[in-house]
Structures are given as structure tokens and as C-alpha cells.
Design a protein around this ligand. Structure first.
Ligand SMILES: NC(=O)c1ccc[n+]([C@@H]2O[C@H](COP(=O)([O-])OP(=O)(O)OC[C@H]3O[C@@H](n4cnc5c(N)ncnc54)[C@H](O)[C@@H]3O)[C@@H](O)[C@H]2O)c1
Length: 309
């Protein structure tokens, strides 16, 4: 069982983590919550995974099983590692189930009011020493932390999608985050085999501050008729060596999440250069959210993806 403890951080300068982490709570079993549960359980931690409905949890576990089977086929993990990891994950239908967690990571839908409500319901059940983290892509960590009973024990822990494959986690301190909280979070993230990049607490942090305006610009390029969906994605894949085209990537992230991040940038930085493209708004209003609803800039309902414009 990996433990985040003083001993594991001996070689690093700066404050030492003084808290052990053995059990991790995760709120939201969507693509990010299930991905985080995947890597956390595989690294030996016990996981309590919550979502609004049992079906969402079951879907999350199914996805974890599917992705771990791929890792087994590639020889990255053994069959027994997969079985043991899945056994370490349990459904946590109520906030009271997080009472014995050392760390709770919130990975629910990107909506600030919703996140505030989750923290208000969660905090009375947490033990005093528990750390709280949010996987938000864009929302102010300081503001989220201020709605909890432990702003000094609150941190932004921004995993990348797909979590089992991506190496990076951004760590974001809120104004009140204590050094020891940061050190514990860093040691925990490194114990998952991930690298950290430290970002200041400004809208969308580092990765999405750069990535999402590019995606939004790709949607404008489509909206203004400069190129078709296929031409835009092909241009960026072959012309800029991006592994995925920006519209394909938008579908992968989720168009609701993309829109929400653009709104946070637009409002948070009060700069018109971040205005969300009206076509992105239209897709979200239609409920065409990308891969997760099987339709976005591509239609995924057939054998292979077909552009929707
Ligand atoms: N999609 C990405 O590429 C990406 C990358 C990094 C971070 N994030 C962030 O991760 C978070 C989740 O995004 P996602 O892509 O997994 O979204 P998603 O739509 O796949 O999943 C969100 C999950 O949260 C659940 N949920 C909603 N309200 C809840 C509540 N009150 N209590 C418990 N569960 C609730 C939903 O039922 C759903 O299963 C967001 O904050 C997002 O910004 C997303």
C-alpha cells in the first residue's frame, strides 16, 4: 500500500508532507473521475467513488475495466493488478461514505454552483485532517476553497484526459493553501507516476489557457466557413503535427466542458478575445456534447465518425 509520508519525500527541498494518504474519495464517475479512480486504485490506494446515480458509477467501472484490459494486452500491467485495483474501488452513494478518506478529489461537471453545493454537503462528513482537491479545468481554486471549511487544506489537482495515458497533473495553490498541503499533494501525485507542473490560480491555469482558445478558434474557423470539419482537423494534424485535430479533440474533451472553460476565461479575464464561438454554444444547446453523447463535430453512432457539417 503506498503511503504519502515524511519518508517518501526525503530527497526534496521545502516543506515535508506530514499526512498519510491511504483512502481517496472521488466525486463524479464521468470520464475524468473514472480515469482518476483507475490510476489511484492501480497505485494501491483504496478508492470511494461517488456519482449522482448508480448507473453512472457502473458505467465508470466498466470504462476502467475496459481500459485496464488494454493495459494488460499491452503488457503494462498484469491481470492480477487489474483485478486487485478494481476490487479496491467501491461505490460511495452518500457524502457520509467519505468520512474515513484522507483525500477527496472533486471531479464532477464543470459548473461552479454545482461544485459549491458538493463541498457544502461534503465538508461536515470529512475528518479534520482530510485534504480536499478539485479537478476543475478552469474555475478559481481560491473561490472554491473559500466555500469550504478548510481553504488551507484545499488544492487544485488538474489531471489530463485520458488520465491513465497523460503524464501531467497541474497543481494549483489557492491563496490560502498551506505549503504542507501542497507537499502532500505533490507526493501523492508523484506516487501515481505522474509529473507535476505548478500553475498560479488564474482562469484555466496553464494547459487550458493555451489549448482552449486554440479549440475555440478552430470552431470559429468552421463557423466562418474557412474550412470544413475534416479540412480543419487534417490541417492541424498534418500541418502542425498535432496527434488529434482540434475539433476531434473538442469532442473528446466534451463540448460542454470546452464552452464552460471559454466562459471562465472570457468572464475571468474580461477580454473579448476569449468570447466563446456561437457555433460551440449551439452544439451545446443541442445536447451534441461530443463523444460522451455520441454526437458533436463528428457523429459517432455509426461504424466510423462522420463530420456533422
Ligand atoms: N473532459 C476533460 O478533458 C477534462 C480534463 C481535465 C479536467 N476536467 C474537469 O473534470 C471535471 C469532470 O469532467 P468530465 O469530463 O469527467 O465530465 P463528465 O460529464 O464526463 O462527468 C461528470 C460527472 O459528474 C457527475 N455529477 C454531476 N453532478 C454531480 C453531483 N452533484 N455529485 C456527484 N456527481 C455529479 C455526472 O453525473 C457525471 O458522471 C470537470 O470539472 C472538468 O472541467 C475535464
Amino acid at each position: 500500500m503506498p503511503q504519502v509520508s515524511k519518508l517518501s519525500d526525503k530527497s526534496k527541498a521545502g516543506p515535508k508532507p506530514s499526512r498519510s494518504i491511504a483512502k481517496v474519495g472521488i466525486i463524479g464517475a464521468g470520464q475524468m473521475g473514472s480515469g482518476i479512480a483507475h490510476v489511484v486504485a492501480l497505485s494501491g490506494y483504496t478508492v470511494a467513488l461517488n456519482d449522482l446515480k448508480r448507473e453512472s458509477y457502473d458505467k465508470g467501472i466498466e470504462l476502467i475495466g475496459h481500459n485496464m484490459t488494454r493495459q494488460v494486452a499491452k503488457g503494462l500491467i498484469k491481470d492480477a493488478d487489474k483485478d486487485e485495483a478494481i476490487e479496491r474501488i467501491t461505490f460511495a452513494p452518500s457524502m457520509a461514505d467519505f468520512g474515513d478518506c484522507d483525500l477527496v478529489i472533486e471531479a464532477a461537471t464543470e459548473d461552479e454552483d454545482l461544485k459549491h453545493k458538493i463541498f457544502a454537503a461534503l465538508c461536515p462528513h470529512l475528518k479534520p485532517t482530510a485534504l480536499l482537491a478539485s479537478n476543475t479545468s478552469s474555475i478559481s481554486i481560491t473561490r472554491l476553497a473559500a466555500t469550504t471549511d478548510r481553504p488551507e487544506d484545499f488544492i487544485g489537482m488538474h489531471f489530463m484526459n485520458p488520465v491513465p495515458l497523460m503524464e501531467l497533473v497541474e497543481l494549483i495553490r489557492g491563496i490560502a493553501t498551506e505549503d504542507e498541503t501542497f507537499a502532500t499533494a505533490r507526493t501523492f501525485v508523484e506516487s501515481l507516476g505522474k509529473k507535476i507542473a505548478v500553475s498560479e490560480d488564474f482562469p484555466a491555469f496553464i494547459v487550458n489557457r493555451i489549448l482552449l482558445p486554440m479549440i475555440n478558434e478552430a470552431v470559429y474557423t468552421l463557423y466562418e466557413g474557412v474550412g470544413t470539419v475534416e479540412a480543419i482537423d487534417k490541417a492541424m494534424k498534418l500541418g502542425a503535427h498535432h496527434p488529434m485535430g482540434p475539433l476531434e479533440l473538442a469532442d473528446f474533451i466534451g463540448l460542454d466542458t470546452c464552452l464552460s472553460v471559454m466562459q471562465v476565461l472570457y468572464e475571468g479575464l474580461s477580454d473579448s478575445k476569449y468570447r466563446p464561438c456561437p457555433l460551440l454554444v449551439k452544439y451545446v444547446e443541442a445536447g451534441w456534447l461530443g463523444r460522451k453523447t455520441r454526437r458533436g463535430f463528428y457523429d459517432y453512432r455509426g461504424e466510423k465518425p462522420v463530420p456533422t457539417r
